[in-house]
Design a protein around this ligand. Structure first.
Ligand code: CTP
Ligand code: MG
Length: 232
């Protein structure tokens, strides 16, 4: 069984609007609804745990009431990492994890994720941890203070996306250990798995369209993709 864990508990500080970016309209629906629509249609994903910012619970309930597949709401934490861990605990409370459960952890700030959901689900049939990536186009530097201290070979550098897929028990244990050891700086789950579990996640093809809406310029790009029918 596959469960989607969709993160929507962020405040969208860099987006700089009066309400969190997941509620911002993108054509005819909110950014959040793009991800919920994908999961609603996705065969093999039975339900969603949606991690929310509790101040907006009413709004979340209004949005989720339109879906047929089961969606459980769960309050988020101060960081993305904490929100994921709370969502995982919610899954553990709600289900007897006797059968094999996979979890697809996804940022609701990525509305065009359909292709990548397929790619990750496919790989999860044979792998315990799957992270979608795309090649870096720019040359990248490591800078500390004002000093360039390294220029890693571009061929080895990749952008990391979501959804990231894991066998439930594996990623739950990693988050538990990270929490106990006060390791709190992870911005995605693949790197937490790598550092805590010391095991390498498999990679799947990401998709350039599956970018994360972070600031207002990204919204313009998303609108352009939709206008050209090249979203997914
Ligand atoms: N997220 C979350 N809980 C948090 C922080 C982030 O569930 N405490 C979610 C966001 O809702 C988003 C995803 O994690 O879907 C990726 O985070 P990001 O793009 O950084 O979103 P925000 O944290 O909302 O934005 P900002 O960092 O600009 O405040
Ligand atoms: Mg953030």
């Amino acid at each position: 069984m596959n469960v989607a864990l969709i993160l929507a508990a962020g405040k969208g500080v860099r987006f700089d609007s009066s309400f969190p970016k997941q509620f911002v309209q993108l054509n005819d629906k909110s950014i959040l609804e793009y991800s919920l629509d994908i999961v609603e249609e996705l065969e093999g994903v039975e339900m969603t745990v949606l991690v929310i910012e509790p101040t907006y619970e009413k709004k979340f309930r209004e949005i989720t009431s339109q879906y047929k597949k089961r969606i459980e709401l769960c309050p988020g934490g101060f960081s993305r990492q904490q929100s994921v861990y709370k969502g995982l605990k919610k899954i553990k409370e709600n289900f007897k994890i006797t059968e094999t459960i996979n979890v697809l952890i996804h940022d609701s700030a990525r509305p065009f994720a359909r292709t990548v959901f397929y790619n990750v689900l496919e790989k999860l049939k044979t792998e315990e941890a799957v992270v979608p990536v795309i090649k870096t186009k720019d040359t990248m530097y490591v800078i500390e203070g004002q000093k360039v201290i390294d220029s890693p070979c571009r061929e080895r550098l990749f952008h990391v996306q979501t959804p990231q897929g894991f066998s439930f028990n594996g990623i739950f244990d990693c988050h538990k250990i990270a929490d106990e050891k006060d390791m709190r700086a992870f911005t995605d789950d693949g790197s937490l798995y790598l550092k805590v579990e010391k095991r390498q996640p498999a990679i799947a093809n990401g998709d350039q369209k599956n970018f994360k809406i972070t600031d207002k310029k990204d919204l313009l790009l998303a609108e352009y993709y939709l206008s050209q029918n090249i979203s997914s």
